[in-house]
Design a protein around this ligand. Sequence first.
Ligand SMILES: [Fe+2]
Length: 297
Amino acid sequence: MKVAVLADIHGNLPALNAVLTEIEDENINQILVAGDISGGPYPLEVIKRLRALNTHFIRGNFEDYLINIYSNPTNSGWYTSKQWSPTRWAYERLDNDSLKFIKSLPEEKIVTIPDTDDIYMIHRLFQKMSPIDTSGILHPYNDKDMFDSHLKSLNQSILIFAHNHVSFNQKINGYLVLNPGSVGNPLNGKIGAHYAVMEWKKDHWEAQLRSIDYNIELINKAYIRSGFLKEGGIMARAMLQSINTGRAIQFLFLTFANQLAFEKGYKNIDVIPDEILELAAKKWDWSKFMKKTLKNQ
Ligand SMILES: [Fe+2]
């Protein structure tokens, strides 16, 4: 019994296609998708491609954003701000069936495969926080005690999580803890498509992390041809640079913009004002991380 685990695809169809081609001849019985499926220049195509396969899904925070963006009338910044324009762009390209599908996805899932141990899957530990709170990350690296106590509360022997776009595969206190990394936008400095394959070995699961190259030019061209880069604006530019460097440019840029907003007197904001985002984009050194990546190669 073999299971492919994919997460954080973020609408990167060329990366997803490369992974699906790679596993084509491997007798994969089941595909698990641990959230952040849609987005990018192929928001609809990625959903359709995966739904055509034998797949278990959960939703990630990006799916929460899609649901939230048009269902929270008190938060007008989501409808109009430059910060959220890539999400609006994706939302507008989804059909009713895909939106219904996204809304139907659970936050967490226990996957049962006959004659194997059940698998617990969640996009981000602490996901039950507000959908606009992106800090819901629990990781063995950042809070080992809390992570251990979370594991103890699990009824399953394997935990799959995602969200931070960094691969992880370790046995912790007898539990297999797996983050497959990101198919569409890895953030551990390694450019490519990351995923995992799990195999049932008589009485336990074993996981293997994988990282494959794909034609990154295809996603660069798609950002331009689809209009996503132009209409998604500053944040789409940061997303593409994340893909091209394997670094968390979006997060770093938003941190920088939030700091700038604070310095300009904005307090407790959940959407960065457009004028601040534009100012941040002017001040931000867009070439800094590209240079670093080239130097590291
Ligand atoms: Fe993600």
